[in-house]
Write a protein that binds this ligand. Structure first.
Ligand code: ADP
Length: 626
């Protein structure tokens, strides 16, 4: 007995445990809500896809945790027979027998009709509808049933059409002849009356497809087609009509846009779904009832059709949605465009940096040139010291001659009778001497003037002669004999004659310095001109002096390199910079026997050389050879 009791007790505990688990499970299950959306049409249609997406989006965002959504497609338009209604009813009954549906949404008029006939399938469920035109079956569901109604209204679409085509005189309204179409005709005629008599409105009702297409093709400017058809396979008909018609076609439903019509004023399926989803949330959370919403209409046009019919986008009402517009370059290739802009910006920055660098280089170059000019000037001034003796002699000679000639002339004039013949000759001498003194001063001024190089065709032989004149005094004092070997037919070089004289004078003075240790009879200087290098003319200054000291040879042309106790070491560096500025070369080498030779090569340019006649060959003891 006791063991029997224990067994019963054990069994009772097990039963209680199972019941408890089932209770807990049912409490958990009770927490969730189930929504069934019944579409009257088949799946895959634009309207059911759009509405379904809208409903689900709102429900999932407002009630994310406790919701199960089912969608069923009754396919009642393609199978309108009663048997299909019954088949679907059995199917739904069996499928949802074990599940309590909290809310059934009837999507579209056929689904409302189905639900009105089979209300007993979901006796405890709340009902609502979406996307239905005014249907007598709505009242059969429940007079206070909530839902989203499609208000069919041809006026906004006709208004959009007339705005785009203001010269329209006639609207051809194309409608079907099904029972639904007939109701719709009555309302459309009433609504469109607002446009008469300004616009002539003509109704083409229930034409066969071939008649409709033929008649539409004959339509001409001033007329538009307003398609208000229902019925089966209307999408295909709209496409054919829009293609065949001789004038633009307008229509009301969203999914007609894209089939060839210009556009229409319509509520989008997504909007209908969104409104339905919001009503569903109200019903599930607050048990609301009697909510009726009509979604706002939007003007939608097909950009390609605007182009096809030459319709001006500027005439569209503000807020119109323009579909099928090709994406702009920016929209299509955003990253490529950004990359190109970045590359261009980078390029611009690089170019700017290069320009700044080039400007800096130019400025630095200008400063360098200025410094070189000043250095060259300094060099010339240092030569002034060297030449002061020669200058004194050069000017003293004519002044002494002028003085003694003036005294002699005075004496000739004091004679009785005055010797005017002799006096005249003396005055000629005075004039010639003063001219000579003037020339000397003029040349020296040119030499010591600080100025930019003036390149001009220069006769090298003439320059040599002038330099020898300038160095005349120094050559005499040092007892240096000069030999010139001047090439005949020497082409002119492009040079600044003053700077070139400065260079040659410097070389002549250096040659004299190098020969101070030589015996007086062994001091000879040779200046030669030639045109051996292609494109260059040369002048060389050769002496028989000490030669270039080995320890300065490498740095000969660097500034402040000197072997002389009183030297500056600037002469050769200035000379080289002057010659290089001319595009030429200055070089130096020791002669095989004795002394050194300095050579200047300058680019040929300008006219043929002209021979310059020396003022006094005897004075400078020049021996000319060709
Ligand atoms: P400076 O004459 O003031 O010394 P330069 O630049 O004219 O400056 O000359 C630099 C040095 O080059 C001279 O000190 C000398 O040592 C050497 N030099 C120039 N010309 C000759 C020459 N004809 N023969 C030998 N050495 C020379």
């Amino acid at each position: 007995m006791r063991s029997l009791d224990r067994g019963h007790l054990y069994q009772a505990c097990c039963v209680l445990a199972v019941l408890f688990i089932l209770m807990v499970r049912s409490v958990v299950a009770d927490d969730s809500r189930r929504v069934l959306i019944l579409y009257g049409y088949e799946s895959g249609r634009n309207d059911t896809i759009g509405i379904d997406a809208g409903i689900r989006r709102v429900l999932r965002s407002e009630m994310p945790d406790q919701l199960e959504i089912y969608s069923e497609y009754l396919d009642l338009q393609r199978f309108p027979e009663t048997a299909q209604f019954d088949r679907e009813a059995v199917y739904l009954h069996d499928k949802f027998a074990g599940r309590q549906i909290d809310l059934v949404i009837a999507g579209g008029s056929p689904a409302i009709r189905f639900l009105a006939q089979h209300r007993s399938l979901f006796p405890k469920s709340r009902l609502m509808f979406s996307g239905a035109t005014e249907s007598p079956y709505i009242g059969l569901l429940d007079p206070k049933v909530s839902g989203v109604t499609n208000k069919l209204d041809p006026v906004p679409t006709a208004t959009l059409a007339l705005r785009l085509q203001p010269d329209t005189k006639r609207i051809v309204v194309v409608m079907g002849n099904t029972p639904t179409d007939k109701d719709w005709q009555v309302r459309a005629r009433k609504d469109l009356a607002v446009f008469t008599p300004r616009i002539n409105i003509e109704y083409w009702i229930g034409l066969s497809t071939s008649d409709l297409l033929r008649k539409a093709a004959e339509l001409r400017q001033g007329t538009i087609v307003l398609y208000l058809g229902f019925g089966d396979s209307f999408n295909a008909l709209v496409r054919q009509l829009a293609l065949a018609a001789g004038v633009p076609v307008y229509a009301e439903f969203e999914d007609y846009t894209g089939l060839g019509i210009v556009g229409g004023s319509t509520s989008t399926y997504d909007e209908i779904g969104r409104d339905a989803g919001e009503i569903a949330v109200q019903i599930l959370t607050r048990h609301a009832s009697g909510i009726r919403v009509t979604p706002t209409s939007t003007d939608i046009v097909d950009w390609r059709q605007l182009q096809r019919w030459g319709l001006d986008e500027a005439n569209l009402p503000p807020g119109t949605t323009v579909r099928f517009r090709p994406p702009s370059l920016w929209e299509e290739h955003k990253w490529a465009v950004m990359g190109a802009v970045a590359a261009l910006a980078l390029q611009a920055i690089l170019i700017a940096a290069l320009i700044v660098q080039a400007r800096r280089r130019q400025r630095a170059q200008a400063v360098l040139e200025l410094q070189q000019q000043e250095l060259a000037h300094l060099g010339r001034v240092s030569l002034l010291g060297e030449l002061s003796g020669a200058i004194g002699h050069e000017i003293n000679n004519p002044l002494t001659a002028i003085l003694s000639n003036a005294q002699a002339g005075k004496r000739f004039l004091e004679r009785d009778p005055p010797d005017t013949g002799q006096a005249g000759e003396i005055f000629d001498d005075i004039a010639a001497d003063s001219k000579r003194a003037g020339n000397v001063i003029q040349r020296l001024r040119a030499l010591f003037k600080k100025a930019d190089a003036q390149l001009e065709p220069v006769d090298l032989n003439g320059i040599v002669a002038e330099v020898l004149q300038l160095a005349d005094r120094r050559l005499l004092e040092d007892n240096v004999s000069v030999t010139t070997k001047l090439a005949s037919d020497l082409p002119t070089v492009r040079a600044d004659s003053v700077q070139l004289k400065q260079v040659l004078l410097n070389l002549v003075v250096n040659a004299c310095d190098a020969m101070t240790e030589n015996k007086p009879g062994d001091r000879s200087l040779t200046i030669a001109t030639s045109c051996e290098d292609k494109g260059f003319a040369q002048v060389s200054v050769s002496d028989r002096g000490s030669g270039i000291a080995a320890y300065v040879k490498e740095r000969l042309f660097q500034p402040f390199v000197t072997t002389k106790s009183t030297g500056t070491g600037l002469g050769l560096s200035i000379c080289r910079s002057i010659i290089e500025a001319h595009g030429g070369r200055l070089s130096a080498s020791n002669n095989p026997d004795s002394g050194a030779t300095f050579s200047v090569a300058l680019p040929i340019g300008g006219h043929r050389s002209q021979t310059v006649t020396l003022r006094s060959e005897a004075d400078v003891r020049i021996q000319t050879s060709s």
